[in-house]
Design a protein. Structure first.
Length: 141
Protein backbone atom coordinates (compact mmCIF):
# COMPACT_ATOMS: atom_id res chain seq x y z
CA UNK A 1 0.00 0.00 0.00
CA UNK A 2 2.82 2.40 0.88
CA UNK A 3 4.43 1.62 -2.45
CA UNK A 4 1.30 2.68 -4.37
CA UNK A 5 0.90 5.82 -2.28
CA UNK A 6 4.51 6.77 -2.96
CA UNK A 7 4.05 6.20 -6.71
CA UNK A 8 0.90 8.34 -6.65
CA UNK A 9 2.68 11.19 -4.85
CA UNK A 10 5.61 11.17 -7.29
CA UNK A 11 3.21 11.06 -10.24
CA UNK A 12 1.35 14.12 -8.99
CA UNK A 13 4.61 16.00 -8.39
CA UNK A 14 5.92 15.18 -11.87
CA UNK A 15 2.63 16.26 -13.45
CA UNK A 16 2.80 19.55 -11.55
CA UNK A 17 6.39 20.17 -12.70
CA UNK A 18 5.50 19.29 -16.30
CA UNK A 19 2.53 21.68 -16.20
CA UNK A 20 4.76 24.51 -14.99
CA UNK A 21 7.30 23.88 -17.75
CA UNK A 22 4.59 24.05 -20.39
CA UNK A 23 3.85 27.66 -19.38
CA UNK A 24 7.27 29.30 -19.13
CA UNK A 25 5.78 32.76 -19.57
CA UNK A 26 3.64 32.59 -16.43
CA UNK A 27 6.49 33.40 -14.09
CA UNK A 28 8.33 35.95 -11.99
CA UNK A 29 11.97 36.34 -12.98
CA UNK A 30 14.69 38.63 -11.69
CA UNK A 31 18.17 39.93 -12.34
CA UNK A 32 20.21 40.35 -9.16
CA UNK A 33 22.90 42.55 -10.71
CA UNK A 34 20.45 45.32 -11.67
CA UNK A 35 17.92 44.44 -8.94
CA UNK A 36 15.02 44.30 -11.38
CA UNK A 37 12.26 41.77 -11.97
CA UNK A 38 9.53 40.86 -14.42
CA UNK A 39 6.19 39.42 -13.36
CA UNK A 40 4.25 38.09 -16.34
CA UNK A 41 1.49 35.79 -17.48
CA UNK A 42 1.46 35.99 -21.26
CA UNK A 43 -1.19 33.25 -21.45
CA UNK A 44 -4.02 34.55 -19.29
CA UNK A 45 -2.93 38.22 -19.33
CA UNK A 46 -4.26 38.71 -15.81
CA UNK A 47 -1.48 40.45 -13.88
CA UNK A 48 -2.44 43.39 -11.68
CA UNK A 49 0.49 45.78 -11.07
CA UNK A 50 0.67 46.93 -7.42
CA UNK A 51 -0.30 50.59 -6.94
CA UNK A 52 -1.50 50.62 -10.57
CA UNK A 53 -4.74 48.69 -10.23
CA UNK A 54 -6.57 51.27 -12.34
CA UNK A 55 -4.80 49.86 -15.41
CA UNK A 56 -6.65 46.59 -14.96
CA UNK A 57 -5.30 43.22 -16.04
CA UNK A 58 -2.03 43.29 -17.96
CA UNK A 59 0.29 40.78 -19.62
CA UNK A 60 2.80 41.70 -16.91
CA UNK A 61 5.15 44.39 -15.67
CA UNK A 62 8.79 45.21 -14.92
CA UNK A 63 9.80 46.53 -11.53
CA UNK A 64 12.90 47.54 -9.63
CA UNK A 65 13.75 46.55 -6.07
CA UNK A 66 15.23 50.06 -5.72
CA UNK A 67 12.45 52.15 -7.26
CA UNK A 68 8.66 52.41 -7.21
CA UNK A 69 8.30 53.03 -10.94
CA UNK A 70 7.04 50.28 -13.23
CA UNK A 71 7.12 49.44 -16.92
CA UNK A 72 4.02 47.61 -18.17
CA UNK A 73 3.78 44.77 -20.69
CA UNK A 74 0.83 46.03 -22.70
CA UNK A 75 0.80 43.28 -25.31
CA UNK A 76 2.62 40.08 -26.07
CA UNK A 77 2.86 37.33 -28.61
CA UNK A 78 4.12 33.84 -27.85
CA UNK A 79 6.21 32.83 -30.84
CA UNK A 80 6.93 29.25 -29.73
CA UNK A 81 7.27 27.22 -26.52
CA UNK A 82 10.45 29.08 -25.53
CA UNK A 83 10.16 32.50 -27.16
CA UNK A 84 7.81 35.47 -26.72
CA UNK A 85 7.75 39.04 -27.97
CA UNK A 86 6.55 41.78 -25.65
CA UNK A 87 5.60 45.44 -25.99
CA UNK A 88 6.37 47.55 -22.94
CA UNK A 89 5.49 51.12 -21.91
CA UNK A 90 6.66 53.17 -18.91
CA UNK A 91 4.37 54.41 -16.16
CA UNK A 92 4.16 57.89 -17.72
CA UNK A 93 3.23 56.59 -21.17
CA UNK A 94 6.11 58.55 -22.67
CA UNK A 95 8.52 55.75 -23.58
CA UNK A 96 8.11 52.26 -24.98
CA UNK A 97 10.07 49.38 -26.47
CA UNK A 98 9.69 45.96 -28.02
CA UNK A 99 11.70 42.99 -26.77
CA UNK A 100 12.06 39.24 -27.00
CA UNK A 101 12.08 37.01 -23.91
CA UNK A 102 13.50 33.54 -24.44
CA UNK A 103 13.65 30.56 -22.09
CA UNK A 104 17.14 29.07 -22.20
CA UNK A 105 17.89 25.35 -21.83
CA UNK A 106 19.37 25.95 -18.36
CA UNK A 107 16.10 27.47 -17.06
CA UNK A 108 17.26 31.08 -17.23
CA UNK A 109 15.59 33.70 -19.43
CA UNK A 110 17.25 35.97 -21.95
CA UNK A 111 15.87 39.47 -22.52
CA UNK A 112 16.82 41.14 -25.81
CA UNK A 113 15.49 44.60 -26.69
CA UNK A 114 14.56 44.86 -30.37
CA UNK A 115 13.76 48.56 -30.70
CA UNK A 116 12.43 51.61 -28.92
CA UNK A 117 13.31 53.47 -25.74
CA UNK A 118 15.93 52.49 -23.20
CA UNK A 119 14.57 50.64 -20.19
CA UNK A 120 15.54 52.64 -17.10
CA UNK A 121 14.61 53.15 -13.47
CA UNK A 122 15.18 56.13 -11.18
CA UNK A 123 17.53 54.90 -8.45
CA UNK A 124 18.94 57.29 -5.82
CA UNK A 125 18.24 60.34 -7.99
CA UNK A 126 19.93 58.93 -11.11
CA UNK A 127 18.74 56.91 -14.07
CA UNK A 128 19.79 53.28 -13.93
CA UNK A 129 19.85 52.28 -17.61
CA UNK A 130 19.27 48.60 -18.24
CA UNK A 131 21.33 46.91 -20.99
CA UNK A 132 19.63 45.81 -24.22
CA UNK A 133 20.43 42.18 -23.41
CA UNK A 134 20.23 40.60 -19.97
CA UNK A 135 19.84 37.20 -18.27
CA UNK A 136 17.05 36.62 -15.72
CA UNK A 137 16.49 33.74 -13.30
CA UNK A 138 13.30 32.50 -11.67
CA UNK A 139 12.59 34.49 -8.53
CA UNK A 140 12.90 32.59 -5.27
CA UNK A 141 9.78 34.03 -3.59
Amino acid sequence: MKKYLLILVFSIISLHIAAQEQKPFNVEISNDEYKIYIKMNLYDKNIIAPDNEALGKLDGFWGSMQSTSKWFITSSRIINKKTAEIEVINDYGSEDFTAVIKLNDDGTYNYQKKNGSTLKFAVNGKWQKIPNSLIFSRSQH
